[in-house]
Design a protein around this ligand. Sequence first.
Ligand code: PHE
Length: 367
Amino acid sequence: TVVVLWLLLVLSVFAEIKIGVLLPLTGGISAFGDWTKKGIELAYKQKNTVLGQKIVLVYADTRSEKTEAANAMARLADKEKVVAVIGEIASSNSMAAAEIAEARKVPQVAVTSTNPLVTQGKKFVSRVCFIDPLQGTALAEFAAKNLKAKKVAIFVDIEQDYSVGLTNYFVERFEKKYKGQVLKVQYKSGDQEFSAQIGQATAFGADVIMFTGYYNEIALAAQQARSMGYKGYFIAGDGADAPELIKIGGKAVEGLYFTTHYVPEAATTKLAKDFVEAFKKEFGTLPAMNAALGYDAYMLVVNAIERAKSADPVKINEAIRATKGFQGVSGNITIDANGNAIKDVIIVKVKDGKFAFETRITPENLQ
Ligand code: PHE
């Protein structure tokens, strides 16, 4: 028995629980990946054991693209034998990874992927954010009511499921309820030249230009629109939400409104305030939205492992799906029957080169 006990002790010292982190650490949307990683690092520093075992994080870079997202997910599941995966950010990349998560029965918790298809029909994929039907509706309500928009030109990134979907949900509400007019103009991730689309938008007489893609292209298109003399409003979805939007866009993005999941200023609970302070101390800057959601995704996965009382991925998945009222720094998280979180939409305005809280829209107000 002494030998057996000794063996058990030695084994328990070496026993560890591996959690995969699938992020765009390089490529077109690497700013989202970097911020998410910072949030996860802070969470890990605060909590790095579970069920009496050490947690090991295994990072995998998707290079901001779909094929690599699927490959990296397969690597995490097959080679690293992780018990759960946090990520990705962009809906298209999360969807590519989700096929593998589903096949390998490894729970995936997407961070800010908002397209409904990310979780639809999947048993092993969940997320800590709201979905685009809600976000698109919130944008339409805001444009029609607050900005009195009549004609909206929408810049659609046809390479991103997120952009195409968000555009459609906006149009659905804006045309049906408010009888507004819409013009869609297209581009692709990585494009740098938008004068043709801006020309179309101004010829249409847009009083609002809406961007449903990501921060790089939004910043460039906004600059070009202002230099071509466009004077109307800019609005966008959560794809705008990285401090890099302002770094790249400068004065051109001043006044832009976007929908998102979190802004440090709106932190009200003690937990949320403590997070902001701890983040500032660790990184010398305020947390960007993706940092908060990454922090929450990690803490939720660890909490689910505790509730599952097991390192079995299938049991952990059941616990993730059963999450009710989990206190996160971005708000309380309840996972619904489809694996989605039910949360408020926050509207932020770019003001004096900073992200300022504008208003909060609860799901009940968007029926
Ligand atoms: N919501 C976007 C998508 O689903 C991704 C995103 C996350 C954008 C975070 C901005 C900030 O593709």
